[in-house]
Ligand binder design. Structure first.
Ligand code: IVH
Length: 681
C-alpha cells in the first residue's frame, strides 16, 4: 500500500482516493495501452477531477502511483545520476543473412548446441530506459546513460501514459526492473517539426532526438506535453525468481502487468525462420507510427541465454539485424525557398522522385544556406538522399563525379520570394529572414497559426480560408478577425461561402474569444515563443498590458527564458505595427488576464557567467541559455575576464579565441551537460 494516510484524513476520503486511483489507472490502461476505452472522456475527466480535488484537500493522499502525478512537476535543477543494478548492454549488429548465419553458428558453437529457439522483435529506434517497481509501484526510471550509470528521469517518465504507475495483476516480484524503449511517434514528430519550422526554431533531425530532447527536459511539465510513448521488452532485474523462463512469456507477462510491448514479434525455431521473419518485417516496416531500425533476434530460453553469456558489453544470445542504410541517388532539379511564419527563408530540394526506405520522395529539406554551402549542394547535381530515422528525407551530399559543367554554388535569394523585399541575415545567425511585416506569405502563415488548434483554436479558419480572407482584403492583421462580423455581406461574396458557412465561421470566431492569455501570446507568432514560453510569460505578467510594460531584464529574469528569447519578445512588443494589433485586440475584447504566480527553485549556477558559442547538438543556443538562466547562471554576449565558462559547440566563432586569449575555462557540450546535471540541487 503506497498511500499511508495520517489520522487527519478521514478514512472514507482515503478509501475513495484509493478507489479513484485504481479506477483511473485501469481506464488509462484500457484507453492508452489496449485502445479499448470503457467510458467516455467526460466520465474519465470527472473521475480525474474528483481525485485531484481530494488530493488538494488532503495532500497526504498524494501517492506516487496517483495518476495526477502524470502532469509533471516544476523544474528540477538537474538529473541525478543513478547506477543500474544490472548494466544495460548494447547489441552486436548484423547487416545481411550471411552475417546473421555467422552469428547463429558462433552462438551454437560456443554453447555446444545444435539449434536454439529465438524470438524476433522489432528494433524500436528510441531510447532505452529502465523502470524500477517496488511493491508494484513505479519508484524510479532511468536512461541508459553509458549502460552502467544513467540519469534519473522518473518525473519525466511518469508523464508517459503508457508507463504504468502501478503494475497490475498479482504475482509480480517485490522489486522488479522493466526495460524498454521510449519513442516519439512519427506523425507527431512531423507535426512537431512543422510547428518548430513555423516558429523559426531549428528542426529535430529524427524522432529519436526529439524523444531524447523531451525526456531530458528539466521541467517535466514540458515533457508532459510531448506525445512520448513506451514499449517494454525485457525484465532486467527481479528480486525473486518468479519471472518467466522464456522471452516469449516475458512479453506476455509484461502485457499482463499493463505494459505495451512491440506490436509485432515472431518465434523462430531455426535460422531459416528468423530470416523469414526479417523478410516479413522488411515488407511492413513503414506501417507503424514509430521508427524501427531493424529486428532484434534473441534466444528464447533464459537457460540458453545464460549459457551463451556475453562478449564484452554485448550478449552472445542476441543481435540486432539492421535494415540496410536507406539511401538512394537522384537528380536535384531545383532548390526552392519557402517563407516561414517568422519570415525565415527555408531552402528545400525538388527532386526527381525516388524510392527511399519504402516511400517515394520528391522533396527534401535543406535546413539553411550554410548547410547547403557546406555540403556544396547545387542545382543540377545528382545527390544522395537519405531518410533519417525513418522520417524526414535529407540530402546527404552531391555525387561530384556526376556534376554537370557550369553549375553554380548555391546562394539564397537576396529578396523575399513572397514580397520581393530585401532579406537580412543577422551576424551569428544561421537563418536568413524577410523582415517585412507586411509580407503576404508570412501573414498567411501567421493567420493560419493564429487560428490553429494550440493557439486561438478558431474552427474552420485554416490555410485556404486564411489566404482567401487576406486576398479579399478582409483581414489585414490578426485583430481584424474579430471585426469580420460587420463584414458579413463581403464574406458572402467570397467563393464557396454561403450563408451557412459564414454563420459557422462567425460562430466559431465568437466561440474562440475566451482563450487564456498563454494561448493568445502563443498565437501572436512571436519568434521563439512556443506554447511553453507563452505559458511562462502569461504566468509571470498576467496580461498583455503588463507584458508591454516589462523591461527586457524583467522578461529575462523568468526562469526558463533566456536573453535571446527576452530580446525577441521585447523587439516584437516595440514594433509599432504589433502594438497596434494589441490595441485593436483589446478594443475587440480580446484581452485575457491570468493569475500570476512567482516561480522559484534552487539556483546551483548562481553567480556564474556563461558565454555560449557555436552550435550544440542537444540544445539550440537559446535553449542552452535558458537552461543556464533557469539554474541561476548569467549569460553574456561576449567573453571577458569575468566570464566563468565558455560553452563551445561545433564551428565556434571568435569567442573561442577570446576565451583562450583571456585564459577563460572552455567546456564542450558533454562537460556542459555534466556541469548542469551535477549541479547540486
Ligand atoms: S533487447 C542486451 N529489444 O537496441 C541488450 N533492445 O542496440 C538487450 N532496442 O540498447 C536489448 N528495440 O535500446 C532489445 N526489442 C528490443 C529493442 C531493443 C530497440 C534497443 C535498445 C538497446 C539497443 C541496442
Amino acid at each position: 500500500m503506497s498511500a499511508n494516510p495520517r489520522p487527519s484524513v478521514p478514512a472514507d476520503a482515503a478509501r475513495r482516493a484509493e478507489w479513484l486511483r485504481k479506477e483511473i489507472n485501469r481506464h488509462n490502461h484500457l484507453y492508452h495501452v489496449l485502445a479499448q476505452p470503457e467510458i467516455s472522456d467526460a466520465e474519465f475527466d470527472r473521475l480525474f477531477r474528483e481525485l485531484k480535488d481530494l488530493e488538494e484537500q488532503h495532500p497526504e493522499l498524494r501517492a506516487p502511483d496517483s495518476p495526477t502525478q502524470r502532469v509533471g512537476a516544476p523544474p528540477a535543477p538537474g538529473f541525478r545520476t543513478v547506477e543500474h543494478p544490472v548494466p544495460l548492454l548494447s547489441l552486436s549488429n548484423v547487416f545481411d543473412a550471411d552475417e546473421l548465419r555467422a552469428w547463429y553458428r558462433r552462438a551454437c558453437d560456443y554453447g555446444d548446441l545444435k539449434n536454439f529457439d529465438m524470438v524476433c522483435e522489432l528494433k524500436i529506434d528510441g531510447l532505452a530506459i529502465a523502470l524500477t517497481y517496488e511493491d508494484g509501484v513505479l519508484t524510479r526510471g532511468a536512461t541508459r546513460g553509458d549502460g552502467i550509470r544513467g540519469e534519473d528521469v522518473t518525473a519525466n517518465l511518469r508523464t508517459i501514459r503508457t508507463i504504468p504507475l502501478r503494475i497490475g495483476g498479482d504475482g509480480h516480484p517485490r522489486v522488479v526492473e522493466v526495460r524498454g524503449e521510449v519513442f516519439f511517434p512519427k506523425r507527431a514528430f512531423e507535426q512537431l517539426n512543422k510547428d518548430r519550422e513555423a516558429q523559426g526554431e531549428p528542426l529535430y533531425v529524427n524522432p529519436r532526438n526529439a524523444a531524447s530532447g523531451a525526456l531530458r527536459q528539466l521541467d517535466s511539465r514540458i515533457t508532459a506535453k510531448r506525445p512520448l510513448d513506451f514499449f517494454a521488452y525485457a525484465i532486467g532485474y527481479a528480486n525473486d525468481s518468479a519471472t518467466p523462463v522464456t522471452q516469449w512469456d516475458t512479453l506476455q507477462t509484461l502485457r499482463d502487468w499493463g505494459f505495451k510491448t512491440p506490436p509485432w514479434s515472431r518465434r523462430a525455431n531455426d535460422l531459416d525462420e528468423a530470416l523469414k521473419a526479417f523478410e516479413e518485417v522488411g515488407g511492413v516496416r513503414t506501417k507503424w507510427d514509430f521508427a524501427i531500425d531493424g529486428m532484434v533476434v534473441k534466444a528464447n530460453e533464459r537457460r540458453i541465454a545464460q549459457r551463451l553469456g556475453y562478449v564484452g558489453r554485448e550478449p552472445r544470445w542476441a543481435t540486432a539485424f539492421k535494415f540496410a542504410a536507406e539511401q538512394a541517388t537522384t537528380l536535384l532539379k531545383e532548390i526552392r525557398v519557402n517563407v516561414g511564419r517568422t519570415g525565415s527563408l527555408n531552402p528545400y530540394a525538388v527532386l526527381e522522385p525516388v524510392f527511399v526506405g519504402g516511400v517515394m520522395v520528391s522533396q527534401a529539406t535543406l535546413h539553411n544556406e550554410d548547410d547547403v554551402r557546406r555540403k556544396d549542394i547545387r542545382e543540377g547535381d545528382t545527390v544522395i538522399v537519405q531518410r533519417a530515422g525513418d522520417v524526414i528525407p535529407q540530402v546527404v551530399g552531391p555525387v561530384l563525379s556526376k556534376r554537370p559543367a557550369g553549375s553554380k554554388e548555391y546562394r539564397l535569394p537576396k529578396e523575399c520570394p513572397s514580397c520581393g523585399e530585401p532579406v537580412v541575415r543577422d551576424p551569428g545567425e544561421a537563418v536568413t529572414r524577410c523582415v517585412n511585416s507586411r509580407c503576404p506569405v508570412q501573414f498567411e502563415r501567421l493567420l493560419e497559426h493564429f487560428a490553429s488548434r494550440g493557439a486561438m483554436d478558431i474552427e474552420g479558419l485554416g490555410e485556404k480560408l486564411a489566404k482567401t480572407l487576406i486576398h479579399a482584403g478582409l483581414v489585414q492583421d490578426v485583430a481584424d478577425v474579430y471585426s469580420l462580423e460587420s463584414r458579413r455581406s463581403e464574406l458572402l461574396e467570397l467563393e464557396r461561402m454561403g450563408e451557412k458557412s459564414v454563420d459557422k465561421l462567425l460562430a466559431s470566431i465568437d466561440a474562440a474569444r475566451q482563450r487564456p492569455l498563454s494561448r493568445l501570446l502563443f498565437a501572436l507568432g512571436i519568434q521563439h515563443v512556443g506554447n511553453e514560453i507563452a505559458e511562462l510569460l502569461a504566468g509571470r505578467f498576467g496580461s498583455t498590458d503588463a507584458l508591454r510594460n516589462a523591461s527586457v531584464e524583467a522578461i529575462d529574469e523568468i526562469e526558463g527564458i533566456g536573453p535571446e528569447i527576452a530580446r525577441s519578445v521585447r523587439q516584437w512588443l516595440d514594433t509599432p505595427g504589433n502594438q497596434k494589433v494589441l490595441d485593436k485586440l483589446a478594443a475587440a475584447g480580446i484581452d485575457p488576464h491570468e493569475d500570476t504566480a512567482a516561480r522559484s527553485g534552487p539556483k546551483p549556477l548562481e553567480g556564474k557567467r556563461f558565454v555560449v558559442t557555436g552550435s550544440l547538438e542537444r540544445y539550440t543556443r537559446a535553449e542552452a541559455q535558458s537552461l543556464i538562466k533557469s539554474l541561476g547562471g548569467q549569460i553574456s554576449g561576449s567573453v571577458s575576464k569575468k566570464t566563468d565558462y565558455v560553452v563551445v559547440g561545433a564551428e565556434p566563432g571568435s569567442k573561442l579565441d577570446d576565451a583562450r586569449r583571456l585564459g577563460v575555462t572552455t567546456i564542450d557540450e558533454d562537460a556542459f551537460l555534466r556541469l548542469v546535471h551535477k549541479a547540486p540541487g
